[in-house]
Design a binder for this molecule. Structure first.
Ligand code: OOG
Length: 262
């Protein structure tokens, strides 16, 4: 680690305060340029532990920067992961309140529900599909705590990968019912198409992305549990929205999911 325990603790408090007070902050690497990816994951872990201490539960994992387009945009070659907590779960039939965010953006994703524990360092996409009970359409709201959504890889990892909220569609499909790489997707805002994509945009196949994350966790002796939910990464870029907007993602064979904002 490049940062000592005291600096890590300070960064955790800095990021949690930004989230609670809903304000953008200068990215951490401005003040701690030495922060490494390893430091960032340690900070992320402490940040989630703090949320748990405040009553939230860890309910799964989310991946980020899984598409080539997003990796190129960021100038990185690696995906990232963060944790989903109970407080992030939004409901399709209940509009989300814009006031709880700083500068939210929505993106379409494919969610995995695990029917078995998953841990290891050689886990394959096939292993992921075997351990998956259902897949479902999802919309993730990301809300970077950093000014103008500008950050380095270490910054975004420390910030739990910009996680804020997500909703799931009500149709659950067994993963062997369709080829997730070929699932087409149309993403709209107020009925106007914002992006189109396919499951293959996510590291070639969304289950590949999940396998990558499981192997990363496995290197630290961690894993995922039966019942965990995983958001496998965006199929397109993320789009800003405002109160009154309705976001909708339609997936071929998977059904649809929508999210209204008030
Ligand atoms: C980082 C998180 C992006 C994804 O699916 O690529 C993400 C960000 O762009 O703020 O969740």
């Amino acid at each position: 680690m490049a940062l000592n325990a005291e600096a890590q603790k300070e960064i955790v408090a800095y990021l949690l305060a930004a989230e609670k007070e809903r304000r953008e902050v200068v990215k951490v690497t401005e003040n701690y340029p030495a922060m490494s990816i390893e430091d960032a994951y340690a900070i992320q872990e402490q940040l989630i532990a703090q949320k748990e201490a405040e009553g939230e539960r860890r309910i799964g994992l989310k991946l980020g920067l899984t598409s080539k387009a997003k990796q190129q945009m960021m100038g990185v070659h690696e995906a990232i992961y963060g944790y989903l907590t109970s407080g992030m779960l939004g409901l399709e039939w209940e509009p989300v309140d814009y006031q709880r965010f700083i500068h939210p953006k929505a993106e379409p994703e494919i969610a995995f529900f695990l029917g078995a524990d998953l841990q290891g360092t050689n886990v394959t996409a096939d292993d992921v599909l075997r351990a998956t009970r259902y897949v479902a359409p999802a919309i993730e709201i990301i809300d970077s705590r950093y000014l103008n959504f500008k950050f380095t890889l270490a910054d975004v990892v420390a910030d739990n990968c910009s996680s804020a909220c997500f909703t799931l569609g009500s149709k659950l499909v067994a993963p062997d019912q369709l080829d997730l790489a070929k699932v087409g997707m149309v993403f709209t805002k107020n009925g106007v198409v914002q992006a189109t994509g396919a499951g293959a945009a996510v590291l070639g196949h969304p289950a590949e992305a999940v396998a990558w994350a499981v192997n990363k966790l496995g290197e630290q002796g961690k894993g995922l549990k039966k019942g965990d939910l995983i958001l496998s990464g965006a199929l397109s870029e993320a789009f800003a929205f405002e109160p009154g907007d309705t976001i909708h993602a339609q997936f071929d064979g998977l059904g649809s999911v929508s999210l209204a904002c008030r």
